[in-house]
Design a protein around this ligand. Structure first.
Ligand code: HEM
Length: 347
């Protein structure tokens, strides 16, 4: 006779199966730079980064991004791709909560991309309605400076060193003009976790550039790659970029020494990143001595996993409204035309 399903914190053998499934989906040759890893890392960060220590609201418990109120925040534009990548895993292992799945996927992705092993603890439950979903506007704005960064991260309970360590995640992935309005990648190999981001911040002479959509970012083109004698048909090197908030890390006298340390000492960066990312994923989660989560919603519902959502990445209707990314669509189309023309020229 079928036993009634008991909701509890997932066992390590069940979690191993999920981790294996995440590893198997990372390779996505047709997506971005060939890996789902970076966007999965951003999903976990944005799920957790809504935490407000003063009111003890927000954080990765609850998986509020399933609701339009949080999922439709312009800061979360594009993260529907990460959520859709994980849907087949949710379908295969329906017992896991979205809160646990989104966070464990990031840990697995970071490790698989060559990063440190990060401690992760399970037991998050999923909200059953949007009453506890945090308000929009709690995530950082890349167009701003050091004061803004501090305002956002101090609210969560991080200090300057921790802010710099966390920012090292910009070794991964890229900016998309149709998501944030910024465009490009920070490092040449954006699917390999390392301390290259810090090295490049210090080594390169970053120049401000205004994109066609009006967004300002910093760019650098490696001179030795742009060779005058280069074969005309050869692919142009992609310009590397930094956000104004990234540049603030080398301009601010209290952030900069940490950038210098992490540029020099990859081992220390990995150690600090592992500790701080683990702290990020635990924000807002209260546990008893045995590690069991004792947030109100967990006490009411136990290990409550929400039903599966769509496998397909669909953005909320208003996701980019009033946001530069929305206006950047023509730019994206232009880029696509140029890319096609270039490919055509090669044939
Ligand atoms: C001042 C703080 C931060 C700002 C302003 C910021 C801003 C941004 C922006 C604008 C993008 C591009 C989004 C897009 O167009 O697709 C991005 C991407 C990314 N961010 Fe951050 N971020 C910050 C901190 C962090 C932290 C703390 C982490 C993780 C620990 C992180 C991880 C990532 C990753 C992995 C991507 C690449 C996503 C992809 O490839 O789709 N960021 N960030």
């Amino acid at each position: 006779m079928a036993q009634p399903q008991v909701h509890s914190v997932p066992s390590s053998s069940r979690l191993d199966q999920v981790a294996r499934a995440v590893r198997d989906l990372l390779h996505q040759p047709d997506y971005d730079d060939g890996s789902a890893g970076p966007v999965l890392v951003r999903l976990a960060w944005h799920a957790a980064g809504t935490y407000d220590a003063a009111t003890k609201t927000g954080g990765s418990n609850g998986a509020g991004m399933r609701y339009e109120k949080e999922g439709g925040d312009p800061s979360n534009a594009g993260l529907q791709h990460a959520r859709a990548f994980l849907e087949p895993i949710k379908k295969k292992f329906p017992w896991i909560t979205y809160g646990d799945l989104w966070t464990v996927a990031a840990i697995v992705a970071i490790r698989e991309m060559g990063g440190p092993q990060i401690e992760w603890r399970g037991g998050r439950t999923d909200f059953t309605d949007e009453s506890k979903v945090p308000p929009r506007g709690r995530l950082p704005d890349g167009a701003k400076g050091a004061d803004h960064i501090r305002h956002i991260f101090y609210r969560m309970g991080f200090n300057d060193q921790e802010i710099v360590a966390l920012s090292g995640a910009h070794n991964l992935g890229r900016c998309h003009s149709d998501r944030s309005g910024f465009n490009g990648k920070w490092v040449n190999n954006p699917t390999r976790f390392s301390n290259t981001y810090f090295k490049l911040l210090l080594a390169n002479d970053w120049k401000k550039k205004t994109l066609d959509n009006g967004v300002e970012q910093y760019v650098y083109v490696e001179e030795d790659i742009v060779d005058e004698d280069e074969d005309e048909d050869a692919e142009e090197p992609e310009e590397l970029m930094m956000l104004p908030t990234d540049i603030a890390l080398i301009q601010d006298p209290s952030f900069r020494p940490w950038v210098e340390l992490y540029a020099e000492r990859k081992d220390i960066f990995f150690e600090d990143f592992a500790r701080v990312f683990a702290k990020l994923l635990e924000l807002g989660i209260r546990r008893d001595r045995n590690g069991k989560i004792i947030n109100e919603e967990n006490q009411q519902d136990g290990y409550k996993s929400a039903p599966k959502k769509s496998d397909v990445a669909t953005a909320p209707a208003d996701q980019n409204k009033g946001q530069l990314g929305h206006e950047a669509k023509p730019l994206q189309e232009d880029n696509e035309r140029i890319r096609r023309r270039r490919e055509g020229a090669k044939l």
